[in-house]
Design a binder for this molecule. Structure first.
Ligand code: MG
Ligand code: ZN
Length: 222
């Protein structure tokens, strides 16, 4: 039985890679920089997005795909800021895949859009296994989750172009060693950009905005 399960899983991932490649082609033809934003539930994906819209929204036209098990609370938060957002409800599914993103793209008007953020389902495990066609994976880890998470859930940290360590305003009150997070994340992926931020106080966010804006400018120049 175990031997039969392996090829099935591989086929699913192969089919997903094909769809992801189609999505990527669509993004590249439209000149859109796309990030796949991943984290545990409550780490601050939507909060980071809100701050990013507030800072970059005036200069960069953005769109958002919101992945959630149920509800459209997060899409409503984004739309309230005047940004186009499409909600995908996975109906219990614990990650987004290439097919879901392809369907969501049909509901988006990509005219003039330069930055598309796909907010994945809150989960530190399988979202990392499914490419969506994005140019960069970005992981958010909040200080309240503990400094052991990169080594316990290595794949997401290994594959991410950037790691955003959120809720640094809480460091005085909790046991979390940010240097340990940095060291283990770098051990998994030496090229990863690391940002220490607080979406609540705004501390550290300018470096994140600058990184993202540079990526959009590089895409524009291509
Ligand atoms: Mg959210
Ligand atoms: Zn999953």
């Amino acid at each position: 039985m175990t031997q039969m399960k392996i090829p099935v899983v591989r086929n699913i991932l192969q089919a997903n890679e094909r769809l992801a490649a189609e999505n990527r082609k669509c993004f590249d033809e439209a000149g859109i920089f796309v990030i796949n934003l991943m984290s545990s539930p409550g780490a601050g994906k939507t909060s980071l997005l809100e701050k990013t819209i507030d800072h970059l929204g005036g200069r960069i036209k953005m769109a958002v795909i919101e992945g959630d098990l149920q509800s459209d609370f997060d899409a409503a938060r984004i739309q309230k800021r005047g940004v186009q957002a499409v909600q995908i409800n996975t109906d219990g599914g614990c990650h987004l895949d290439g097919n879901m993103v392809q369907l969501a793209l049909q509901a988006l008007d990509l005219t003039g859009v330069e930055l598309l953020v796909i907010e994945n389902v809150g989960n530190l495990v399988c979202p990392a296994e499914f490419n969506l066609g994005e140019h960069a994976k970005v992981t958010i880890l909040s200080t309240t989750e503990g400094d052991d998470k990169p080594l316990k859930y290595p794949l997401m940290f290994q594959l991410s172009a950037a790691l955003v360590i959120n809720k640094i305003d809480l460091l005085p009150y909790i046991d979390c060693d940010v240097q340990k997070i940095r060291q283990s994340a770098r051990q998994l992926n030496a090229n990863q950009e690391i940002f220490e931020v607080s979406c609540k106080t705004g501390e550290g966010l300018p470096a994140w905005f600058a990184w993202l804006e540079k990526k959009v400018q590089q895409t524009r120049a291509r």
